[in-house]
Design a protein around this ligand. Structure first.
Ligand code: MLT
Ligand code: MN
Ligand code: ZN
Length: 306
């Protein structure tokens, strides 16, 4: 089973178009050691030819161009993207669905009912796409039964409900529903190896910690280094928790959580990195701390064979 990181940044990307923070300005001018990143998406394949796109980023077209394996060219019109799964209805995870409109068959879309409702109302990509290829909703039920995805033979996907929030434009923004946000456990049935994927992980609930303990590869929330990072830079009034994210540093932060998992040789990788996060500076002190804890930072194009 292959996992490819198509986009390792949080919403906004790195650099963000209108941002002049130290990181964005520095990467634009080449004055810091850092690498550009597109917005949040991974792809999973069992055979290297058919892919499940997990989150459809606003940068999807650039990501397809950067990853030729997503374009096997078997017919006049063709794509390696066999289906899409979205973990929430956030802009950085669903906007790319619009870019798939030229398909000649309806797009299979795996989503919870809560997310599907948002995609039919607050961010109506499903009704819009009904005028093009159409979308075939495949429900993620959260009833404990694993998902079998046609295009991923030998791969099992288990969805975990996460306590977080629906996006600002959701009709139920202030009345959170089970299924607004999910994490995934992706298992290669042949090797028994597991990937845990949760780019938005506001709280480490018991069932989440249990799944993290069993994973061989963790791709987890790398959004912010400190809880008040955006506030201190005067770029936002929101804390990490307000945005459904867990900061890396300090007591109860992601580094501490990852350290607590014990030494079972799991690869620990931060993903969905906000452009303000100092870990983007490859020779900076925060990156050195991560390295000391055996934690890696995802980059676009990073590939895992599990
Ligand atoms: C988030 O996960 O908080 C998002 O990246 C925010 C956004 O897309 O604006
Ligand atoms: Mn996001
Ligand atoms: Zn910035």
């Amino acid at each position: 089973m292959k996992i490819k990181v198509l986009g390792s940044s949080a919403g906004g990307g790195f650099p963000q178009w209108n941002c002049n923070c130290r990181n964005c300005d520095g990467v634009r001018r080449g004055t810091i050691k850092a690498t550009r990143r597109t917005q949040s998406s991974i792809a999973v394949s069992a055979n290297g030819e058919d892919w499940l796109l997990v989150n459809a980023s606003p940068d999807l077209l650039a990501q397809i161009a950067a990853n030729p394996e997503l374009q096997p060219a078997r017919r006049a019109r063709d794509s390696g993207i066999a289906a899409v799964l979205v973990i929430d209805a956030q802009i950085d995870h669903v906007t790319g669905l619009l870019m798939l409109r030229e398909r000649d068959t309806p797009l299979p879309l795996y989503a919870t009912n809560a997310v599907w409702q948002d995609l039919c109302s607050g961010f109506p990509v499903a009704p819009i796409l009904s005028h093009y290829c159409g979308v075939e909703h495949r429900r993620i039920a959260l009833d404990g039964a694993p998902l079998a995805i046609d295009a991923l033979g030998g791969v099992q996907i288990d969805a975990l409900p996460l306590s977080s929030k629906a996006p600002p434009y959701s009709p139920h923004r202030n009345a959170p529903e089970r299924g607004d946000n999910i994490g995934l456990v992706i298992t290669n049935r042949q090797t028994g190896k597991r990937v845990f994927y949760a780019p938005g992980l506001g709280a480490i609930e018991a069932h989440v910690l249990a799944a993290m303990r069993e994973a061989d590869l963790l791709l987890v929330d790398g959004t912010l280094w400190t809880a008040d990072e955006m506030i201190r830079l005067e770029l936002s009034k929101k804390t990490a928790a307000d945005m459904g994210h867990l900061q890396q540093s300090g007591p109860g932060g992601m580094i501490e959580v990852l350290d607590s998992l014990g030494a079972h040789n799991a690869r620990k990788v931060l993903i969905h990195i906000n452009n303000t996060n100092p870990i983007l500076v490859e020779d900076g002190p925060e990156r050195r701390i991560l390295t000391e804890h055996g934690i890696e930072v995802a980059y676009d194009g990073m590939t895992f064979e599990i």
